[in-house]
Write a protein that binds this ligand. Structure first.
Ligand SMILES: *[C@@H]1O[C@H](CO)[C@@H](O)[C@H](O)[C@H]1NC(C)=O
Ligand SMILES: *[C@@H]1O[C@H](CO)[C@@H](O)[C@H](O)[C@H]1NC(C)=O
Ligand SMILES: *[C@@H]1O[C@H](CO)[C@@H](O)[C@H](O)[C@H]1NC(C)=O
Ligand SMILES: *[C@@H]1O[C@H](CO)[C@@H](O)[C@H](O)[C@H]1NC(C)=O
Ligand SMILES: *[C@@H]1O[C@H](CO)[C@@H](O)[C@H](O)[C@H]1NC(C)=O
Ligand SMILES: *[C@@H]1O[C@H](CO)[C@@H](O)[C@H](O)[C@H]1NC(C)=O
Length: 452
């Protein structure tokens, strides 16, 4: 009895302790586990509760930090360094606040919710080891965070698998020509650049002029994939992150690049920075090695047909089609009735003839009846009669009129729907029945029965 009670006590204690240990820990979204390419920090390794190797240039010896998820508040994750870090001769706990938003199971965007620490130029918060902290003390940055500082996370291998492309912002769904690229210091430039976002609405395709210096051709293969964008409605500036598909990235160029642009009429003014958007990046100036971009001419608009005017034409086309269809049916009915009448007429004529004959044969019949005999020669075999009849119908040949050519009244152009990204992966789950009656169980039961 006593032993049992002790066991119970120990069990309760263990349960209590395990509850206690879960306080101050949290888990990341399930799909986040794995390696991710970030717009700012290279490749990041997430597990369900930890973030490994987050680059932080804090001291000569400390270049990256491993974090545990400590607390979660809605989309805000507070991370704490796994081990205290030696800074300025003391031991510090390092904290990171990440405002994390899923776009799909292969793409997230986030903001770091801390001010830039002036000495290191890095967004983080450090507190003396074992100091009790709250969200308010750790997440020092005031909200709303500036749009320009957002970051993108793309799952490793997802681009190659074609899982990350997004439809580009509507304002650039055009083909632009007569573009000019200028270096951030305005020294080098080239003209006659074309940008095509119509051929594939998820891609920005450049045609560079032969005169363009390699420092201006970002991306060098002329192809970027749209990932995610945020538009500041007040300023009208769109911050667009794109995937740079260059096989080898030149020094200083990241996989994820940022456009900051605005469109006024046909004119697009913007800048491209070969990394996440720079806080100092505007639509007209950008730090080196960014480039300034200007397009003056739109030569093609790919989404024009969604406007209501052209939709009316489309509906009219449908209405005309319906009317033509009804007319065709009426025509068909007339033709059928007409041929039927002709048949009837022939039938009638035949019937009349037959009736005359039958009248005669009736007389014969009555006469033969009266004589007690049946006429054989006039009673034509009904089968033969039917064959003869059908042959007559077949002999009436219809000469089909040449079909009226209904040419393309209008070529309806339907805009392909914007690419929809699934927030969560759909994985087939084993059904409960399959779990309950799994095969081995069946077999073992069967074998048991056999043994019996
Ligand atoms: C992520 O980091 C953990 C701990 O260092 C390691 O065990 C794991 O293999 C890493 N995952 C990947 C995909 O590199
Ligand atoms: C969660 O965040 C909101 C706003 O960011 C804040 O007002 C609230 O106090 C936080 N909750 C906790 C438990 O920290
Ligand atoms: C939007 O732009 C305005 C004007 O430039 C700026 O004051 C504001 O902070 C921006 N908002 C965000 C969320 O970045
Ligand atoms: C191209 O741009 C230049 C300067 O911006 C302008 O002079 C020229 O007329 C433009 N050409 C076309 C075809 O729009
Ligand atoms: C502009 O580029 C096109 C090819 O993209 C070329 O055919 C054309 O001659 C160029 N025009 C000028 C003025 O250089
Ligand atoms: C991206 O680059 C790879 C390798 O350079 C190439 O095979 C692939 O076709 C490119 N993707 C697109 C959409 O151009």
């Amino acid at each position: 009895m006593r032993d049992g009670r002790n066991e119970l006590c120990i069990l309760l204690l263990v349960i209590f302790l395990s509850f206690d240990s879960t306080i101050g820990s949290c888990t990341f979204p399930t799909s986040l586990t794995g390696n991710w390419i970030s717009s700012q920090k290279g490749t990041l390794n997430f597990t369900s509760t930890s973030l490994y190797g987050y680059p932080m240039d804090l001291t000569v010896a400390l270049k990256s930090v491993d974090f545990d998820c400590m607390e979660k508040n809605d989309t805000l994750y507070i991370l704490k360094s796994q081990t205290p870090a030696p800074l300025f001769g003391h031991s510090f706990d390092i904290y990171l606040c990440i405002d994390l938003h899923p776009v799909s199971s292969n793409k997230f965007w986030y903001q770091v919710g801390q001010d830039i620490e002036p000495l290191t130029g890095v967004r983080y918060f450090a507190a003396f080891e074992n100091t009790v902290v709250t969200q308010a003390t750790v997440c020092t940055r005031s909200t709303p965070y500036e749009d320009v500082t957002f970051n993108t996370l793309v799952k490793e291998g997802a681009y190659e698998a074609g899982l990350i492309e997004a439809t580009c912002p509507k304002s650039i769904l055009h083909t632009f020509s007569n573009g000019t690229l200028t270096s951030s210091d305005s020294v080098t430039s080239c003209t006659n650049v074309t940008l095509d976002v119509c051929t594939d609405r998820t891609q920005m395709r450049y045609t560079y002029d032969a005169s363009c210096d390699p420092s201006l051709t970002i991306p060098s293969d002329g192809m970027s994939e749209c990932l995610y964008y945020i538009t500041n409605d007040t300023s009208g500036i769109t911050y667009l992150h794109v995937w740079n598909n260059d096989t080898t990235l030149p020094a200083g160029v990241s996989r994820i690049n940022c456009y900051a642009y605005e469109r006024t009429g046909d004119v697009i003014s913007g800048t491209l920075y070969p990394g996440p958007c720079d806080p100092d990046q505007t639509t007209s100036s950008v730090p080196s090695p960014g480039i300034i971009i200007q397009y003056d001419t739109i030569t093609k608009t790919c989404q024009e047909t969604v406007e209501s005017g052209s939709q009316i034409i489309y509906y009219v086309a449908i209405a005309i089609g319906a009317v033509v269809f009804i007319l065709l049916i009426i025509l068909l009915i007339c033709v059928i009735r007409h041929t039927k009448c002709r048949c009837c007429k022939k039938c009638c004529q035949k019937c009349k003839k037959k009736n005359n004959q039958v009248g005669q044969s009736d007389e014969q019949l009555t006469s033969s009846r009266s004589t007690g005999m049946t006429s054989v020669e006039d009673g034509v075999d009904p089968y033969l009669r039917a064959v003869e009849h059908s042959e007559k119908i077949n002999s009436i040949t219809f000469v089909a009129k040449k079909p009226i050519k209904l040419g393309p009244i209008i070529e309806p152009y339907l805009e392909p729907p914007a690419k929809v990204e699934l927030l969560y992966e759909v994985e087939p789950r084993p059904t409960s029945s399959r779990l309950m009656f799994n095969r081995s169980m069946f077999f073992s039961q069967l074998s048991l029965r056999h043994k019996e």
